[in-house]
Ligand binder design. Structure first.
Ligand SMILES: [Zn+2]
Length: 292
């Protein structure tokens, strides 16, 4: 009986409070929405050389993988025959890169061509565009097209190729304009005078993953008799007192850590990774904020 009264009261009440019911319904809906697991996104990284993405964007990649997002890395110069350190063991290098990619939870796409052999032309952009249309990235990290100081011009060339390929992927392949990878962020590989970052991310919690990933490449280079003295050797140890963590650093990891400390100082973090947003976007609308 009590149930019946409650039910009658509820029905009458509901009829007289349509607006409120509407509000509640909308509220319930948004509550439901917020309970949905966040959408898994695809992050595309584009690099000239085999280690650029891991050096420039290793923190972002580790964080995205940790949250279960898909990460695909394009290695533009990937026949490895134009560098004495990798020449003659191209197949072995490729296999080791694939195994390492599996270990860290990313996919690699190899587009062939040797260092400085990739031209800034439409044909090259189309090859990158094919990957873009295939993987449909939400976010793309790429070289800064202005990175020239003491860096191979390959970085700037591939930065320009990637930016155009992502922006106009479908058009380059003869289709209609469809936007993929609408958020693009330029990363820094070598310290640059003119790199002006406007996005900083905290990489303190993934520092070990970043360093391990970068040390892998130095060890790979060290297997060659042509490797210079720095390759493969651990040159210093970073001890973080707040966590007790100790990390052995090879040549490139040292560069990464020094940059991460510098960028951290600029934005009030201990270790940070810096990016330049290729296109301006308002706060709260960035997919980037959801993957970190
Ligand atoms: Zn490079």
């Amino acid at each position: 009986m009590q149930d019946d009264i409650n039910r009658r009261q509820f029905v009458a009440g509901a009829a007289g409070a349509a607006a409120l019911a509407g509000t509640l319904a909308a509220g319930a809906q948004s509550e439901e929405k917020s309970e949905k697991p966040p959408r898994k996104m695809t992050i595309l990284g584009v690099s000239a050389h085999m280690d650029d993405c891991e050096i420039g964007a290793g923190g972002l990649i580790a964080k995205a993988v940790r949250k279960g997002h898909r990460v695909v890395l394009i290695n533009m110069f990937s026949d490895y025959s134009t560098w004495a350190v990798t020449k003659g063991r191209e197949k072995e290098i490729r296999e080791k890169l694939v195994a390492e990619a599996q270990r860290i939870g990313v996919e690699k796409r190899f587009l062939g061509g040797g260092d400085a052999q990739v031209a800034l032309d439409v044909e090259t952009m189309r090859r990158v565009a094919e990957v873009v249309v295939d993987v449909k990235p939400d976010i793309t990290v790429l070289h800064d097209r202005n990175e020239r100081d003491r860096a191979p011009s390959d970085h700037a060339t591939v930065g320009a190729i990637a930016e155009h390929a992502v922006r106009s992927a479908n058009l380059l392949l003869g289709g209609l304009a469809v936007r993929y990878g609408r958020e693009m962020y330029a990363y820094e590989v070598n310290p640059q005078r003119d790199f002006r970052p406007d996005i900083f991310i905290d990489i303190s919690d993934v520092l070990k993953e970043v360093v391990d990933s970068i040390n892998f490449f130095d060890a790979l280079y060290a297997e060659s008799p042509y490797a210079k003295g720095w390759a493969g050797k651990m040159r210093s140890t970073l001890k973080i007192h707040s966590t007790g963590q100790e990390l052995a650093l090879g040549c490139h990891a040292e560069t990464k850590i020094s940059g991460a400390l510098f960028r951290g100082k600029q934005c009030g973090l201990h270790f940070a990774e810096a990016y330049r947003a290729v296109d301006p976007m308002p706060l709260g609308r960035r997919l980037l904020e959801k993957i970190l």
